[in-house]
Design a protein around this ligand. Structure first.
Ligand code: TRP
Length: 457
C-alpha cells in the first residue's frame, strides 16, 4: 500500500478507487436527471449527443482530473496551486469547491425525496394500483409540503456528513462494493418489466429513434452538461478522489471503467423510464418529478411491486449517498489540506452551509410560490441551480481544466505521471488531441453559440 504522508487516507486498491469513483459518478444523475433531461430535450437525438460528449470530452477530462489529483495529492485548490504556483489557476479550484457546495445543496433535496419515497413504498402508499394522475397528486403533495421537504433534506445531509466524518477508505469502499451490483441487478429486472408493458414501443421509439431537428443550442449545451454532471467532472471531485489513488495504478484504465459503468447505468435507466412513461400516457418533458411519478405507477401494477419499489428507492438512496459523499469530500479536503481544519469540524461546517443553501431548493416545488417559479426566469429555484451549477459551472470548469492540463501543466507532465511506474498510457495520442483541441474548442464553441442565440435554458 502506498501512502504519501502518514495522515493522508488512501484507497486500499485499484478496485477500491474504481468503485468509489463509480459510486460518485453513478447516482441521481443517471436515474433521475438523465431521463428527465432527455425527455425535455427531445429523446434519442439528445442521447446520441450525450454519448458523443462522454467519449470526446468526458473521458479525456476524467483522465486529466485524476492525473492532476494523483500528482498533487491535494484538494482542487491546493492541486492547482502546487502545480502552477504564483498564478491564478487556483481560482479554478475555488470555483470547484463553491460549485460542489451548491450541487450538494439541491442534490440532497432530491435524494431526500428518494428516501421519502422509500418510506412511502414500505408504508403501503403504492400497494393498490394507482393511475398516473393519482401518482402525480401523491408526488405534488409530497414535495410541496415544506416541513417534509426540509426534514428529508436534513436527514440526507446528516447521513452524508456521518460517512465523510469517518474518512475515505473505511466506509465508502466496503459498501459500494456490495450495493452497486444489487442496484444494477434490480435496474435490469425493472427494465424488463417496463419494456414488456403494453404501449412500451412508443417509448422505445422516443428513446432510440433520433430526430435531429429537435436539436437546438441549448440541447447541445444540456447534453454536454449532463455528460459532465453524470461523470462527476468539472469541479474537482475526481481531482480529490484521484488524490487518494496509489501511484502504482494505471489511472487510464481506472478512468475508462468509471466512464463505462456510469454510461451503462444511465442508458439502462432510459430503458426503464421511457417505455413505462409512454405506456402510461405521461409527458416525457414532465421535468424533475419524472421518475417519482412514473415508477410508483408501474410498481403498483406489478407482482411484488411493493418489494421491488422499496428496494429500488432504497438503492437509489444509497447511490445518491455515494455521490453526495464525493461532493462533500471535495470541500472537506479543501478545509483539511489548506486550512488545517479537523476532518470532523470541516464536514459539519460545510454540510451546514449546504443545508442552509438547500432550503430554498426544498421549498421550490410548491412550498413557496416565488421560489417555485422565479419571476423573470420562469424556472424554480432548484431547476435554476441544477442548470447553472450542474450544467454551466461544470462546463466552464471542464473547459478550464482541459486548458490547464493541455497547455499549462502540459502533456509531458501527464505522461510521466501516468507512465512513472511502468504503466501504459493507452490512447495517449488520441487523448492528447482531445484534451488540447477538441475539449476546449468544442466547449468554447457551444458557449459562444448559446450566448449568441440567447438559448440558455
Ligand atoms: N455524478 C453524480 C450523479 O450522477 C453527481 C455528482 C457527484 C457530481 N459528485 C459530483 C456531479 C461532482 C458533478 C460534480 O448523480
Amino acid at each position: 500500500m502506498h501512502h504519501a504522508s502518514p495522515e493522508r487516507d488512501a484507497w486500499s486498491s485499484r478496485i477500491g478507487f474504481v468503485l468509489a469513483a463509480a459510486g460518485s459518478a453513478i447516482g441521481l444523475g443517471n436515474i433521475w436527471r438523465f431521463p428527465y433531461v432527455t425527455g425535455q430535450n427531445g429523446g434519442a437525438a439528445f442521447v446520441v449527443l450525450y454519448i458523443a460528449f462522454v467519449l470526446l470530452i468526458g473521458t479525456p477530462v476524467m483522465v486529466a482530473e485524476i492525473a492532476v489529483g494523483r500528482h498533487a495529492r491535494l484538494n482542487p485548490v491546493g492541486a492547482f496551486r502546487k502545480i502552477a504556483p504564483k498564478s491564478l489557476w487556483y481560482m479554478v479550484g475555488f470555483l470547484g469547491v463553491a460549485t460542489g457546495i451548491g450541487i450538494l445543496s439541491y442534490y440532497s433535496v432530491i435524494a431526500g425525496w428518494t428516501f421519502g419515497y422509500f418510506i412511502k413504498t414500505v408504508s403501503g402508499t403504492f400497494s393498490s394500483s394507482i393511475t398516473s394522475d393519482q401518482s402525480v397528486i401523491v408526488f405534488t403533495n409530497f414535495v410541496s409540503n415544506p416541513i417534509q421537504a426540509i426534514f428529508f433534506l436534513f436527514v440526507f445531509i446528516g447521513l452524508t456528513t456521518l460517512v465523510v466524518m469517518g474518512g475515505v477508505s473505511s466506509g465508502i469502499e466496503r459498501w459500494v462494493k456490495i450495493l452497486m451490483p444489487i442496484l444494477f441487478a434490480l435496474l435490469l429486472i425493472l427494465t424488463i418489466r417496463s419494456v414488456t408493458l403494453n404501449g412500451a414501443v412508443k417509448g422505445l421509439e422516443f428513446y432510440l429513434k433520433p430526430d435531429f431537428t429537435k436539436i437546438h443550442g441549448s440541447t447541445v449545451a444540456m447534453a454536454l452538461g449532463q455528460a459532465l454532471f453524470s461523470l462527476s467532472l468539472g469541479m474537482g471531485a475526481m481531482i480529490t478522489y484521484g488524490s487518494y489513488i496509489s501511484k502504482q495504478d494505471n489511472l487510464v484504465i481506472s478512468a475508462a471503467w468509471v466512464c463505462f459503468f456510469d454510461t451503462m447505468i444511465a442508458i439502462v435507466a432510459g430503458f426503464l423510464i421511457f417505455p413505462a412513461l409512454f405506456a402510461m400516457g405521461l409527458d416525457p418533458a414532465g421535468g424533475p418529478g419524472l421518475v417519482f411519478v412514473v415508477l410508483p405507477t408501474m410498481f403498483a401494477d406489478m407482482p411484488l411491486g411493493a418489494f421491488f419499489g422499496a428496494g429500488f428507492f432504497l438503492l437509489l438512496t444509497v447511490a445518491a449517498l455515494t455521490s453526495t459523499i464525493s461532493l462533500l469530500e471535495v470541500t472537506v479536503a479543501y478545509m483539511v489540506d489548506e486550512k488545517k481544519w479537523h476532518r470532523k469540524s470541516a464536514a459539519l461546517f460545510m454540510a451546514s452551509l449546504a443545508f442552509i443553501l438547500g432550503i430554498p431548493s426544498a421549498l421550490s416545488f410548491g412550498g413557496v410560490d416565488w421560489l417555485s417559479k422565479i419571476p423573470g426566469i420562469g424556472l424554480g429555484f432548484l431547476d435554476l441551480m441544477n442548470i447553472s451549477l450542474g450544467n454551466y459551472s461544470l462546463t466552464i470548469g471542464a473547459f478550464l481544466i482541459s486548458v490547464f492540463v493541455g497547455y499549462k501543466w502540459g502533456i509531458h507532465a501527464v505522461r510521466s505521471e501516468i507512465e512513472e511506474y511502468g504503466n501504459i498510457f493507452f490512447f495517449r495520442k488520441i487523448w492528447t488531441f482531445l484534451i488540447r483541441f477538441i475539449c476546449p474548442v468544442a466547449i468554447f464553441a457551444i458557449f459562444v453559440y448559446i450566448v449568441v442565440t440567447k438559448n440558455y435554458f
